[in-house]
Design a binder for this molecule. Sequence first.
Ligand code: S3P
Length: 452
Amino acid sequence: MFTTPEKDTIPWLDFTPDVFFGSTIPFMAPRERVAGSHTVPGDKSITHRALMLAALAPGESRITGALTSLDARSTAAVLRLLGARISPVRTGTSVRVRGNPRFSPPPSALQCGNSGTTTRLMLGLLAGHPFPATLTGDGSLRRRPMRRVTGPLMQMGASIDDGGRDGLPLRITGGSLAPLDWQMPVASAQIKSALLLAGLTGGVEVTLHEPAPTRDHTERLLQHFGFEVASREGILRFAPTGRLVPFELAVPGDPSSAAFLVAAALLAESGEIRITGVGLNPSRIGFLDIMRQMGGRVTAEGVHTPLGEPMGDLVAVASRLSAVDVPAGAIPGVIDEIPILACLAARASGTSRFRSVEELRVKESDRLALMVSNLRAVGVSAAAEGNDLVVVGSEAPLAGRVVTGGDHRIAMAFAVLGRGAGSRIDIDDPACAAVSFPGFADALERLSQVAA
Ligand code: S3P
C-alpha cells in the first residue's frame, strides 16, 4: 500500500488539496489488462500562459479545460495579487479572468509555491512594470536557479536583488526596457518565454539564439494576438507588433500527464487504452518517438488544430519493450518525460542510456540523483555516468521505498512502475502528484477497472 501524509493546508492557495489524502491506494491487485477511454487534466504549460495573457488583456477572458492543479493555482494567486480578477480555478468550471493592460503593485510577496514556470514567466512579465515585487516559493522552488532568467532581464534594464544567491526569494523592479539580443546558455522554454514576455510588457524587440528547440506555446499564443514571433535556424525574433484582447481558449489535455497513462498501458500484460483530447504540439510529444523506439505501440489519432495547438487521441497498447539510447539533442523535447521513460527502461530488455540530462538536476528535485537512488531502492540497476542516466532493464518483481523529494513526476513515474504484478513500491509522498495531475491515483486505477 502507498503511505499517505497527514492532511494539510497550503496557505498561499485558495483550497485544501484532497487528492490522495486520507486514503490508501492499493497497488498489489493484478492489473494485467488495461482498457477504456480516458482523459487527462489540462495542459500545465498552456494553462499558465493563458492565465497570464488573460490577466493582461483588458476585459473578460474565459479559459475552459484549464489545469486546476497546485501549480496552476499558484499562477492564478500571483496574478490576483497583481490586480487581475480570476474566478476559482476548479475542475468542471471554466476560469474567468478580468484583466488590465498593466499590473498593479502587489500588496504582498508573490508566493509561487512549487512552480518554476509561474516564477520565471512572471519575472518576464514584471520586468516591464515600474514597481517592486518580491517572488518566493516553497523549499524546492527557492533552491532552483533564477539567474538564467534574471541575468538577461537585468541586461534589458530590470533591477533585481537576489540577495547574492541564485534563487528565491528575490525582488524585481521593472521599468522601461531596452531590446535584447541573447545567446541562451540552456535550451529552456521557461527562459525563452520569460524573455518574450518581457518583450511584451516592455514593448521591445527580443532576439534569442536557442541551443535547441523547446515547447513553443508562448510563441503560438503571441502570434495569435498579432505579435511577430518567428524562428529560423535557431534564432527566434519577437517584435511588439500585436495587442492583447480578451479571448476564449479551450486547453487540451496535458501530453506530459498522458505520458504516465500511456506508459502504464505499455507495461500492462494486455489490452489497450485511448486517451482523448490530448495536446499533440510537436514540441511536446518527443516521448512518443522514444516509446516507439522501445517497441511501445502508441499512436496519435484524429489530430486537428482547433486553436493554434494540435490535439487528438493517443492509443496505447500493451507492449514488450527493449532498451533505448536517447541522444542529447532529443532531451530538451522530453525533459519532463525522462522520469517515466526511465521507469519504462527499467522494464525494457537491455541497458538504456539518456544522454546529457544535466538539466534534471535543477528541476523540482535533483531528478537525476533521485531517479538513480529510487530505481536502485526498488531493485533496478541504474547509474548517473557523468551527465548520462543509465538504466538496466529487469523483469523481476520490484520492491522498496521511493523518496520523491516532493517531486510530482518522480511520484507518478514510480506509481506506474509499481503496478506490475508482484511489485511492492511504497512512495513517501504520493500527494505531490497534485502539483500537475489532480486525481492521478484514480486515473491510474481506472485504466484497469474499466477492463474488470
Ligand atoms: C516548462 C518548461 C520546462 C518544463 C516545465 C514547464 C514551460 O522547463 O520542464 O515543466 O511551461 O515552459 P525548463 O524551461 O526549465 O526546461
